[in-house]
Design a binder for this molecule. Structure first.
Ligand code: DX5
Ligand code: ZN
Length: 214
């Protein structure tokens, strides 16, 4: 079963509650946290996640595009995140392992994320304890970018690693997912699709979510 995770990066932040309710037929709510250092953009932080938690029961899939995310795991867990994704490029391996340990202590689901330059095999040290791997199909930082087709190979390789070491682990794809690219990423092995512009740019949002699910 394919899950859809609308990204509120493409929502109207002045009307965030309305735009969250508009995607209630989806599976996860994807929340993009950017620090202006790991990526060249700044979005939202802990207080906003806390407010979002008060206005929806949706599963909050929080994508941390920040340097040294280990510093903020407890804070985002306390704000109500259900799952946290940390980028493997954002700190030393020991600190990534520490971030995952803290997620476990806080009772949130654990994910690691890969920028396009990062090889699928980079997940190997962590795979057995992960709930999800997030493969980026654009350079993180902005919504509305073109899908990087070369990343289909990374998705296939991550799927093979998941099947071998932890079949329950989910595989999320983020960036440029739209009706034309969704079947490609699903074919390559993804089961959770993030979509920002393809959902919020659609005239009929529930129909767009259903179409992406296939
Ligand atoms: C980009 C973010 C994505 C973004 C996707 O750095 O991680 O979640 O919102 O937007 P679209 O679906 O428009 O590519
Ligand atoms: Zn994201």
């Amino acid at each position: 079963m394919i899950k859809i995770a609308p990204s509120i990066l493409s929502a109207d932040f002045v009307n965030l509650e309305r735009d969250i309710k508009a995607v209630s037929s989806a599976d996860y709510l994807h929340v993009d946290v950017m620090d202006g250092a790991f990526v060249p953009n700044i979005t939202i932080g802990v207080p906003v996640v806390k407010s979002i938690r008060k206005c929806t029961d949706m599963f909050l899939d929080v994508h941390l595009m920040m340097e040294k995310p280990v510093r903020y795991i407890e804070a985002f867990a306390g704000a109500g995140a259900d799952m946290l994704s940390v980028h493997l490029e954002a700190d030393h391996p020991t600190r990534i392992a520490e971030a995952l340990r803290i997620m476990g202590d806080c009772g949130v689901k654990k994910a690691v994320a890969l920028r396009p330059i990062t090889k699928a095999e980079a997940v190997l040290p962590y795979i057995e304890e992960l709930d999800m791997v997030l493969v980026m199909t654009v350079e993180p930082g902005f919504g509305g970018q073109a899908f990087i087709e070369d990343q289909l190979d990374t998705i296939r390789r991550v799927r093979a690693i998941i099947e071998k070491y932890n079949p329950a682990c989910e595989l999320e794809v983020d960036g440029g997912v739209a009706p034309n690219t969704a079947p490609l990423v699903v074919g390559a092995g993804a089961n959770v699709l993030v979509a920002g512009s393809a959902v919020y740019g659609a005239a009929d949002i529930p129909a767009a979510i259903a179409a992406l699910r296939g």
